[in-house]
Ligand binder design. Structure first.
Ligand code: SME
Length: 145
């Protein structure tokens, strides 16, 4: 967490802060198979930095997917079995579970951290405890734009 905090704060621009966060999160946790950040532009979530296989979902309208749901509900969503969730937009057939953490500034959604795992039910309280503070740090940087 200290490394993440320093890297996000020291990055020269919001985009590089997002890149650093994605890199450090991907390297830190073995079950994070795909790590990306979407930025809200109008009514669409636009894919920014990510690590993992290319996703077909580079622009997600707010009404769509687990990503859209998290932004609309302004709350973290954990899905233990993506194949059992009708909202799920598939990125890779190997993905089994997902967590989406909104990046919020006050009541405003700026974007979100999206993480997929090839393991079922990979995400729990420790992931929230890691990712929600990271989202808050990123909110401070994204608010600069
Ligand atoms: N699974 C997401 C789409 C993004 S990909 O996982 C990278 C969703 O259902 O919104």
């Amino acid at each position: 967490m200290t490394a993440l905090r320093s890297a996000i704060a020291a990055a020269p621009a919001p985009h590089s802060a997002m890149q650093q966060a994605v890199r450090l999160l991907k390297d830190a946790v073995p079950h994070y198979t795909w790590v990306g950040i979407y930025v809200l532009e109008g009514n669409e979530l636009v894919l920014g930095p990510y690590l993992g296989k290319p996703s077909p979902h580079t622009r997600i309208p707010l009404g769509n997917g687990i990503c859209g749901a998290a932004a609309t509900e302004k709350a973290t969503i954990v899905v233990d079995d993506v194949n059992a969730d009708p909202r799920y937009l598939a990125c890779s057939i190997e993905t089994r579970s997902e967590i989406v953490v909104p990046i919020m500034r006050g009541d405003q959604v700026l974007g979100e951290i999206d993480i997929d795992s090839d393991q079922p039910a990979a995400f729990g309280a420790s992931d929230r405890a890691l990712l929600e503070p990271v989202a808050a740090m990123l909110a401070d940087r994204l608010a600069e734009d």
